[in-house]
Design a binder for this molecule. Structure first.
Ligand SMILES: *Cc1c(COP(=O)(O)O)cnc(C)c1O
Length: 434
């Protein structure tokens, strides 16, 4: 493509003059894979079209929210109706109550939720709530888990269990991350040691139960079980960050998946986002009544938002929720995700490319090595060059997957078996190049 006919390139040059890196969220810039980001003109169903009117099968779906595909008629109608009644009031609405009730019906670990506008805000508020409710400062997070960009969570492991984290971003003072302990995902012995050392000072353990920000890595059942036991024993709160997995891996979220193996399992606080807003800025955090009553205006933990519970966003979220609650929705979504991962695996095998893949509900991941990884360090051993060849090979063939090897993939109800077959055929060609 020559620059003067490539409208993506032209837009990217224009964008870089007025927006840092040309993007409003870093991963969109294609920095990890090289090349020109696709500027989206419009999207419908399982596809989007870029500035050159090139069509792509979309396996990102806005990084998870578009579980019904783009422009689902019932959702579009709900948003159109809502817009006519006003964009934002800064006063409570019936729709917020209705959305809260609908969420609580399918997530029994929570008695109350508070609606906010982004996953970052929800995760940050959940940490403040955990600290306020326990009167403790320290938190545990795990390497490779992303919980949004609140200061205290932009942190990597220190040199040992006695030293707390180092900031991973400039602009975060060391004092702000000094209470954050970063541990290895799925490492039970290390978790036990950390609790033995710091258990009584811990406000919470926060985890992505099925991590989607290091591609796709499941927390093992024994690991989740041990986290739960230790939190209970030491009086720390167990926070499930289900911003990605909530309404994505199952109607009841990842917590319902773990409850199949751990009878009665519940986290103390749940953080949600992405699917909950159906593509509009909406997120939430919730817990049992006794914890949530620490929030202002009832309690002393301050939290607020001008656009929180926005009437258009809640209309979009409610309409999305109505669709995903229909019987058989997740069975069909899972079937399609498995069709995709088994198809990719067969194509890789045929080309002699080491490959593994996994999925839960409508979320999936694949790796260019034989065995599924258990932690971040393993994920990051992926050969960058091979991943980039795969990424660009797929992109050139009209298949859009995450432009970084450490991101999960998402399939929607709008993806057809023909879309999946087209994707597998494209991958089969690219695997031969690896
Ligand atoms: C996306 C994500 C967030 C941050 O949500 P934003 O809406 O991007 O602020 C937090 N936690 C997890 C697990 C996520 O996937």
């Amino acid at each position: 493509m020559t620059p003067n006919t490539d409208h993506n390139q032209t837009l990217f040059e224009r964008a870089k003059r007025v927006i840092p890196g040309g993007v409003n969220s870093p991963v969109r810039a294609f920095k990890a894979v090289g090349g020109t980001p696709r500027f989206v003109k419009r999207a419908q169903g399982a596809y989007f079209w870029d500035a050159n009117d090139q069509r792509y099968i979309d396996y990102i779906g806005s990084w998870g929210p578009m579980i019904l595909g783009h422009g689902h008629p019932a959702v579009v109608k709900a948003v159109q109706d809502a817009v006519l009644e006003g964009f934002s009031y800064g006063a409570p609405t019936e729709r917020e109550v209705e959305l809260a009730e609908e969420i609580l019906k399918v997530m029994p670990s929570m008695d109350m939720v508070r609606l906010v506008s982004s996953g970052t805000e929800a995760a940050m508020s959940a940490i403040r709530l955990a600290r306020g409710a326990t009167g403790r400062s320290k938190i545990i997070k795990f390497e490779g888990c992303y919980h949004g960009h609140a200061d205290a969570l932009l942190v990597k492991a220190g040199s040992g269990l006695a030293t707390f984290g180092h900031a991973t971003s400039a602009g975060v003072p060391p004092e702000v991350v000094q209470h954050t302990l970063v541990l290895e995902y799925n490492h039970i012995a290390q978790l036990e040691e950390a609790f033995a050392l710091h258990g009584r000072e811990l406000s919470c353990v926060m985890i992505e139960p099925i991590a989607g920000n290091m591609n796709f890595v499941r927390a093992s059942v024994p690991f989740i079980k041990r986290c739960r036991e230790l939190c209970t024993e030491y009086g720390a709160l167990f926070i499930f960050d289900e911003v990605m997995t909530g309404f994505r891996v199952a109607l009841g979220g990842a917590q319902s998946v773990y409850a199949r193996d751990i009878p009665g399992f519940e986290p103390d606080i749940t953080v949600m986002g992405k699917v909950i807003g159906g593509g509009m800025p909406l997120a939430a955090f919730g817990a049992k009544r006794g914890i949530m009553e620490h929030l202002a205006p009832l309690g002393g933990v301050y939290q607020a938002g001008t656009l929180s519970g926005n009437p258009v966003a809640t209309a979009c979220g409610l309409a999305t929720l109505r669709e995903i609650k229909k019987p058989g929705f997740y069975a069909e979504l899972s079937r399609k995700a498995q069709l995709l991962t088994t198809g990719l695996k067969a194509a890789a095998d045929a080309a002699g490319v080491p490959f593994s893949a996994d999925s839960e509900g409508g979320m999936f991941g694949f790796f260019l090595f034989k065995d599924l990884p258990q932690n971040y360090a393993k994920v990051m051993t992926t050969n960058n060059q091979r991943f980039n060849t795969l990424f660009h090979g797929l992109l050139d063939r009209g298949v859009y997957v995450a432009p970084a090897l450490y991101e999960a993939g998402f399939i929607s109800a709008a993806h057809t078996e023909a879309d999946i077959a087209e994707t597998v055929a494209a991958a089969a060609e690219v695997f031969k190049l690896l």
